[in-house]
Design a protein around this ligand. Structure first.
Ligand SMILES: NC(=O)c1ccc[n+]([C@@H]2O[C@H](COP(=O)([O-])OP(=O)(O)OC[C@H]3O[C@@H](n4cnc5c(N)ncnc54)[C@H](OP(=O)(O)O)[C@@H]3O)[C@@H](O)[C@H]2O)c1
Length: 436
């Protein structure tokens, strides 16, 4: 039908549940893969994602774009609804210009062009995608009406022109990463995509928050990542009670900001004290976004093998010293963690060496989520670029202070902060500052 040929059909179990996969060959050459859930013919417009192939984003987790996060978010939304279709368009790589041209456009972007000008410099179309083949596949599946999961109005227009009724659209907003925020901004400004990175930071709660603004200008020095300290404190400046309890100081929306900050950074780090007390996962769960590399400062490898942050995905790196036994190094390696043995320093692991190793691994932005000893060490060593603090409307009295002794005798000698930005959530106040 309409130059569309069904090639094969098979059940495809995925981490988002089971889909019926059907491969179609279209007259222009590429193969379209339809992943269907539930009965799609009759029963009203089905939730549908027309996903343009992006090998680097979808399969390799590239942070230059948001494609992989959108793909998984769409599958999750369809699975949650129990009925819908994901149509994967293999000819659409790089907005239709192909893989190699897309990589060449990345080079132009590294040279200062935005995603639109990069294509123009190379003599390529800004967007070479057509939607008639996708519409023909939808017709072949007996689907004439969809609710489209997209931020891209061109997809809506293209499907409508090809005879598909788009009964509505639902946005696929993802938390921006510091590496793709410029790309998302260009898509919004120059290509008419809608709110790709969620709402601007306004005093109105709306997930996912555009937390990249809280990060400031990610501009790492050559020998370490750009370091952002983030913690949640009570109004009287405590990050935990006297017996170490910190769950939860801030409300869910403030914690969503933390998750959006994780999604915006290359890596997230805590000290082993926080691992032992809180057993955090340090993944991105409260907003749609990619989880960063996880890092633990642990000079004698006290991290237990069953710690949640050793669950294997994403990778965890433990920075340690030669005070850790060979047996403990092996024990943690067996969990899949990377072990880096570094010189000792004040407080445990030498921070300058640790940050250099992370930078050499490609970490440009590092979010540090505590606890108190690690926060204090980093501030004492002058290794912090940005501080983001969520302040909750609670007073708990004696407890764990976020920042310990910095040897400051006079107020004038304190660490000065500038470039304040403020974000209000339903209950809490998030303030962010550059460290002078
Ligand atoms: N409210 C929040 O936002 C928040 C966030 C996180 C944690 N917390 C709370 O903070 C408390 C944990 O804080 P904490 O101070 O005990 O633990 P921590 O700062 O998470 O970890 C400190 C440990 O990390 C190791 N370490 C290695 N290198 C270090 C270095 N250069 N500087 C500092 N530490 C280094 C040291 O152990 P070794 O000597 O064994 O290497 C040190 O004892 C818990 O109560 C937790 O709930 C609150």
């Amino acid at each position: 039908m309409n130059g569309v040929r069904e090639l094969v059909q098979v059940e495809l179990p995925t981490q988002f549940g089971e889909f019926q996969a059907t491969a179609f060959e279209v007259h222009t050459g590429p193969v379209y893969l339809a992943l269907a859930k539930g009965e799609l013919v009759g029963g009203g417009a089905a939730l549908t994602r027309l996903h343009s192939e992006c090998l680097t984003g979808d399969a390799l987790g590239s942070l230059r774009c948001e494609c992989g996060v959108q793909l998984r978010l769409a599958l999750r939304r369809i699975a949650a609804e129990g009925r819908g279709l994901l149509l994967y368009a293999t000819g659409h790589e790089g907005r239709g210009v192909g893989l190699v041209n897309k990589l060449q456009a990345h080079v132009e972007q590294d040279d200062g062009a935005d995603t639109v000008d990069a294509n123009l410099r190379l003599g390529l179309p800004v967007d070479g995608r057509r939607y008639d083949a996708a519409a023909a596949v939808l017709h072949a599946l007996g689907i004439g009406s969809v609710r489209l999961l997209t931020n891209n109005q061109d997809k809506v227009r293209g499907l409508r022109e090809a005879g598909i009724t788009v009964a509505g659209t639902e946005p696929l907003r993802t938390a921006a990463h510091s590496r793709n925020v410029g790309y998302l901004d260009t898509k919004e400004r120059r290509l008419g995509h809608l709110e790709t990175a969620g709402e601007e930071l306004e005093p109105a709660p709306s997930p996912p928050p555009d937390a990249v603004r809280l990060l400031g200008d990610v501009d790492p020095p050559a020998d370490r990542p750009y370091v952002v300290l983030k913690y949640a404190q009570t109004l009287d400046g405590r990050i935990a009670t006297a017996n170490g309890d910190s769950k939860w100081i801030s409300g869910e929306e403030e914690r969503a900001v933390s998750h959006a900050l994780r999604a915006a950074c290359d890596a997230v780090m805590v000290g082993v004290g926080t691992v032992l007390r809180d057993d955090p996962r340090l993944t991105v769960r409260l907003v749609p976004g990619a989880s960063p590399l996880r890092v633990v400062l642990d000079s004698t490898l006290r991290t237990p093998s069953n710690a949640l942050l050793l669950d294997g995905d994403p990778v965890t790196v433990v920075l340690t010293t030669d005070r850790a036994t060979e047996g403990d190094r092996e024990r943690l390696r067996e969990t899949g963690a990377g072990i880096q043995v570094l010189p000792p320093g004040p407080g445990g692991v030498d921070l300058v060496a640790g940050l250099r190793v992370l930078r050499e691994c490609g970490v440009r932005s590092l979010l540090v989520e505590g606890g108190a000893r690690v926060i204090t060490s980093l501030l004492s060593a002058g290794l912090v670029d940005r501080v983001v603090v969520g302040t909750a409307p609670k007073i708990i009295g004696a407890g764990t202070e976020a920042v310990g002794d910095l040897g400051v005798a006079r107020v004038a000698e304190g660490i000065a902060l500038r470039n304040r930005s403020v974000h209000l959530t339903a209950d809490d106040i998030v303030t962010a500052w550059d460290v002078c």
